[in-house]
Design a protein around this ligand. Structure first.
Ligand SMILES: [Cu+2]
Length: 142
């Protein structure tokens, strides 16, 4: 009898562990919403190491998601122009490009996993004019 109860609780434990894993892989990333003209992060800080941004474009325009390491304020980045509109100068002083996802269509999702060291990061959309219109957010890694 005692042995049967032990195996029953072992089965229960395994079942909980498996469903716990499935649950965390569904929502393991940082929810990231792109829209005109905002980038909204579900969390604005995280621990160093691999971080995944689960990106949804809920806007009506194509957007992109670019990650920079920088100590500059998110609305005070070096700029240049493209198609007559302001964009962030990705080679500008004080910016270190980390990674990006381009051309995220309206209504579609994307995912970006980056390995981040402690520091301050700015995420933004660098389609012409979009950063200037407000598509930027700050993310801190401890
Ligand atoms: Cu955009």
């Amino acid at each position: 009898m005692r042995r049967i109860m032990l195996s029953a609780s072992l089965v229960l434990f395994v079942a909980v562990a498996v469903s716990g894993t499935a649950c965390s892989s569904d929502s393991g990333g940082i929810g990231t919403t792109l829209d005109e003209w905002t980038i909204t992060l579900g969390e604005t800080s995280g621990a160093s190491g691999e971080i995944t941004f689960d990106i949804s474009n809920e806007g009506a325009k194509v957007h992109e998601f670019v990650v920079f390491q920088t100590d500059l304020a998110e609305d005070q980045l070096p700029t240049t122009t493209e198609e007559g509109e302001i964009i962030v100068d990705e080679a500008g002083e004080g910016l270190t490009a980390v990674d990006e996802v381009e051309d995220i269509a309206p209504g579609s999702d994307a995912s970006l996993t980056v390995n981040l060291q402690p520091g301050t990061y700015v995420v933004l959309c660098n389609r012409p004019g979009h950063w200037e219109n407000g598509m930027h957010a700050t993310f801190t890694v401890a």
